[in-house]
Design a protein around this ligand. Structure first.
Ligand code: HEM
Length: 524
């Protein structure tokens, strides 16, 4: 019997319902292919132009022009010549760079479905256990589930209410450490980052595992680690590893050539991080088994053990720790630096805080009553965007952005720093000028006045927490202290790292204020 007859017979033998199902499937496939065909035809028929190219050299493309670890600045400079959207070549890959809010929003919101997967460097593949966290996963079922988990338990409005007491305690600790510094060292400059970073990490641990972990025995390392050592392994090392450059990222066809130095360094960071996370999770398991449950993410994730693997639990828990500990510090440190450098604006903020709080301590409830504080926060995010480039997206089907043809297979780099420095959108973008956000055109409650938190489906999940912590800290620290810069640090504005950390931690001179605006001179 001919094959076609066999198929017809088999089909006739199928129950009616199955035929309907198969029939519907074929219609679906048909519609899918017709739509794809039409969209391709449409793109070809309207003959969208290709994206302008930044000239490079054969094989390596523009790599030599991007040697430094701060490509966002070079991208922004190129935008002045090639416009808000252009393409570069990094070895074998074509990267489309977006430098204005219009094209960035179009990509993140309108064209999202064509660019919803991530392309990770070799280092990030290892450090994120191949996309096993919300921020680096593709837009798939895992991402949707994990984002829901993190919002419901840690970062959403209700979860943030439940964690309020932890933030209040953190603020009290920060304030009392600055007061102790004045008592012990008078007008010697204080290292802002040292105090803030350690307290923020404490908060991250409370949200994650229910307490500040002062020390823990880690079996695989064979030692008891202090809080500072845990911080180094979970946060500092990983941030350093994330920007590690492996030349094979640029030439995937040479991926078979070993690059042992980089591989071993990242693998070691990953194993140590994994070992510490295992110790923390095992401790949480023992606590839960003894009947003591806490309001923290580990307890929720462990209760979901049926739907999550051990590795996923570990990575999702680690994600809140690293994300809480980094970008909010970056923002707050830059804001205090800017205010310390600008006594007039610092005084304006202080007067507005006084008008609202009088002799009461500044609290989270006061944030919305002081528009100038919000303006300071947003202007700092704009000028010092903590995440200067969104992790690369991969274009999996032909699309268009900004009126240009974007071929499948390219990658997209959204240069947030460039969007926030765009001269067409911002007057004197180099200037730190919070007053620009007091304009009526800005809704005071809108957290997304700049591109700093991204946009669309992948918009930052932690924007509320970042705003609550940074604004409360800025408000309280300006209410209690007058800030000025140590001589010579004014122009120390260089940055380092994956996020835009100040290269030189802020060293400031602080004088206590009474709540009525006069300084109380410290005894030196
Ligand atoms: C000022 C502080 C912060 C800034 C500027 C910032 C910025 C960003 C940016 C630009 C993205 C990428 C959006 C994209 O891929 O399109 C992002 C994603 C994300 N952020 Fe933040 N972030 C901040 C604080 C936080 C905090 C405190 C947390 C959590 C503790 C957090 C958690 C996340 C998560 C989970 C994602 C992934 C969202 C997704 O892929 O759906 N962020 N953030």
């Amino acid at each position: 019997m001919a094959a076609s007859e066999q198929i017809i017979q088999a089909f006739q033998a199928l129950p009616f319902a199955t035929s309907i199902a198969l029939g519907s499937l074929s219609v679906l496939f048909f519609v899918f292919f017709v739509r794809k065909f039409i969209s391709k035809q449409r793109m070809e028929s309207v003959k969208l132009p290709p994206v302008p190219e930044v000239p490079g050299i054969p094989i390596i493309g523009n790599l030599l022009q991007l040697k430094e670890k701060k490509p966002y600045k070079t991208f922004t400079k190129w935008a002045e010549t090639y416009g808000p959207i252009y393409s570069i070549r990094t070895g074998a890959s074509t990267v489309i760079v977006l430098n204005s809010a219009d094209v960035a929003k179009e990509a993140m919101v309108t064209r999202y479905s064509s660019i919803s997967t991530r392309k990770l460097s070799n280092a990030l593949k290892i450090l994120t256990s191949d996309k096993c966290m919300v921020a680096t996963s593709d837009y798939d079922e895992f991402h949707k589930m994990a984002k829901r988990f993190i919002l419901t338990n840690v970062l959403g409005a209700n979860a943030q209410k439940r964690h309020r007491c932890n933030r209040d305690t953190m603020m009290e600790n920060i304030s009392s450490q600055f007061h102790s510094h004045i008592k012990d060292y008078g007008l010697q400059a204080v290292n802002f980052r040292k105090i803030f970073e350690s307290e923020l990490f404490g908060l991250a641990m409370k949200q994650a595992v229910g307490k500040v972990v002062e020390s823990i025995y880690v079996k695989e390392i064979g030692a008891t680690l202090s809080k500072d050592e845990i911080f180094k392994i979970l946060v500092l090392d990983a941030m350093e590893g994330a920007i590690e450059v492996d030349w094979r990222d640029f030439f995937p066809y040479l991926g078979w050539i070993p690059n042992k130095g980089v591989e071993m360094k990242i693998q070691r960071m990953h194993s140590r991080r994994q070992a510490v996370m295992n110790a923390l999770i095992n401790e949480a398991k023992r606590r839960i088994a003894s009947g003591k449950e806490l309001n923290c993410y580990s307890d929720f994730l462990l209760s979901e053990a049926n739907s999550l693997t051990e590795q996923q639990i570990s990575m999702l828990l680690w994600e809140t720790i690293i994300e809480t500990s980094d970008t909010t510090l970056v923002t707050t440190e830059w804001a205090i630096y800017q205010l310390a450098k600008d006594p007039t604006r610092q005084n304006r903020l202080f007067q507005e805080i006084q008008a609202v709080c009088g002799s009461h301590k500044f609290m989270e409830e006061n944030i919305s009553q002081i528009p100038y504080l919000g303006a300071v926060f947003h202007e700092t995010l704009r000028k010092h965007s903590p995440a200067p480039v969104v992790p690369l997206r991969y274009v999996h089907e032909d699309t268009e952005i900004g009126g240009y043809f974007i071929p499948a297979g390219s990658e997209i780099a959204i240069n947030i720093y460039g969007c926030n420095m765009d001269k067409k959108q911002w007057e004197n973008p180099e200037e730190w000028n919070p007053e620009r956000f007091l304009d009526d055109k800005y809704d005071p409650a809108d957290l997304y006045k700049t591109m700093a938190f991204g946009a669309g489906k992948r918009v930052c999940a932690g924007s509320l927490q970042a705003m609550l912590i940074a604004c409360t800290a800025i408000g309280r620290l300006v209410q209690e202290f007058q800030w000025s810069l140590k001589d010579g640090v004014e122009e120390n504005v260089d940055t380092v790292g994956l996020t835009t950390h100040k290269l030189h931690p802020l060293h400031a001179i602080i004088r206590p204020r009474n709540y009525h605006g006069e300084n109380i001179r410290p005894t030196s």
